[in-house]
Design a protein around this ligand. Sequence first.
Ligand SMILES: Cc1cc2nc3c(=O)[nH]c(=O)nc-3n(C[C@H](O)[C@H](O)[C@H](O)COP(=O)(O)OP(=O)(O)OC[C@H]3O[C@@H](n4cnc5c(N)ncnc54)[C@H](O)[C@@H]3O)c2cc1C
Length: 380
Amino acid sequence: MIPNTDYVVVGSGLTGAVVAHCLRAANREVVIIEKRDHIAGLCYDKIHKPSGYRYHVHGPHAFRTQSTVMWNWLNSLVKFYPFKLRIKTLIDEEFLVWPPSRAIIKEMCEGQANFTFTGIPANFEEASLSKMPYKVYSKFVKPYTEKQWGIPANKLWVGLSGRFQVRDDDADINLFSHRYQGLPMTGFTGLVEALIKDIPVIFNYDFKYKENQTCFNKKLVYTGAIDEFFEYKLGQLGYRGMSHETKYYEDGAKHKHTVPIYNFPSSNPKYIRSIDWEHWQSPETSHENTKDKALISYGFPKKPTSSDEFAYPILIKKNTDLLEKYQNYAKEKNSSVVFCGRLADFRYYDMNHAIARGLGIAQEILQKDYKGPVLADGKI
Ligand SMILES: Cc1cc2nc3c(=O)[nH]c(=O)nc-3n(C[C@H](O)[C@H](O)[C@H](O)COP(=O)(O)OP(=O)(O)OC[C@H]3O[C@@H](n4cnc5c(N)ncnc54)[C@H](O)[C@@H]3O)c2cc1C
């Protein structure tokens, strides 16, 4: 049973944590319920023993934002250290920088680097081919994307190609060019802990089975899957899942990576990427006991079998139409429930987007419920 409270937040991922933080900062009563046995949702990380390395349990997370206000606010909660993500892709037995630069494309295509598609792209394949020649696309992008999504690239949506850009600068091999990029000294778990300190969290509490026991006076903020909330009444939204296996190698030398992540587009191996956690550690981490060893995670694409495994929303028309139906249904049914976060919004949010969404929702709730000026710390 949860204590009597004004607001219940379902989910202690970044979105729920930010909403709860803002409500608490505005002196409101709030309780978080969480179905897992840990906070921080998908960006949960922990220390591996015996290496002492921090690793991300549900897949690698690197923070980035263009917002000075957001960056300063987060750094006032926990300190971040600089971290820029670099990725290499295994192509013809060689690890090449991803995404490729214009110079590499020219070299691969022996000067014939014409784009294969010039019209208005209608799908992911066409959008990708407007950025690079077919030869490069067929090695770097098509097999990786189809392995990841389990769907032909020409059936995937255009917007997905917005997640990569061909690099202009050959020397800059960072994946992203955001002004602020880093990792929290205490991990993302530490960031969420800082956000929700003083807020009660009830673990192993699945709202799905305890809806009738969940009382609140003002609002329920729900960051779980929207179709699950409505017991899939109108149908099921499609997600791609990912599972991760982490191994510690005593004979580390042959497993170490030259960059934080390697991508594997080919169908062999079964995993799609591997993560070498040595690259992700804070400058204060000692590598004395680990220099011959390696801590590596492997990410496997999979069809999710439960909502815990929902990783990436499949944003095809069938799903976006269904989402709209759920959103309309939600408007009719539940004025006291607010839906937000990557699962409730069925959106691909990066962490900065989840944080911004949480801040926006908290502001909306407080303005509606109290008609006053609100956030104690940060308008972003
Ligand atoms: C593999 C992978 C890698 C990623 N890497 C990056 C990256 O490098 N950089 C980046 O910026 N973003 C990255 N992201 C995106 C990032 O994970 C999300 O932006 C962020 O986790 C969204 O937070 P959230 O709170 O909306 O959702 P979640 O983190 O999913 O939190 C939702 C929480 O609600 C709980 N919950 C759900 N249903 C219920 C219920 N019925 N009852 C109780 N609790 C419930 C869940 O257990 C969970 O704790 C990545 C995502 C994936 C899948």
